[in-house]
Design a protein around this ligand. Sequence first.
Ligand SMILES: [Zn+2]
Ligand SMILES: [Zn+2]
Length: 214
Amino acid sequence: MKYSIKCPFCKKTRFENNKLIGLPAENSILFENNNVYIQVDISPLCLGHILIISNEHYLNFFELPNNIKEDVIKLKNKIKEIYKEVYKTDVLFFEHGSAKIGYAGSSIDHAHLHCIPCDFDIIESLNEILGNPIECDILDFSNKFNNEFSYIYVEKNEKKLIYKVEKLPSQFLRKLISEKLNNSMYLWQENCINEESIAKLKKTILDLKNKIVI
Ligand SMILES: [Zn+2]
Ligand SMILES: [Zn+2]
């Protein structure tokens, strides 16, 4: 079992942050099997903000074996359906995939895919800031880039894009998405104890509990 001591997404230590501040812990799990689990983001940028996380400690989705990728593909399709039904929106998937620890603006370097119900597009903004992307499905079985570089992966309206990145500021993508949502609370470490953030977390659990089945 790949495992990293004190990683907030590895099974043995995954809810230490939640428990420390009295937030829902195991209760925030919306799906779980031998390969992956889904939990609500500790400080959701909007209602329905959830994470698909590998059980074992991989740095990013390029590293995942194909059987785990298969589960993620099924879950993504299910989440698209559920967001349409519950939130009446499309979905934005993103990953900040680090090839080295702390490089893609994620503060947790354990493979996780953010799922956000929204109708806006961030691709234009990303093109301006990060330059031209490569068209590539992160869940493609060929593993063609295999940790050659850190990246931002974005999937929206059938577009699947990878931006190669040098070291990005922490929370880079959360900040960009928060601006589109008119939500200034992108720093999860500070905002997860905020009342509004806790209410969003609890409501998301209610909205999505027992719905994600593959
Ligand atoms: Zn981990
Ligand atoms: Zn993240």
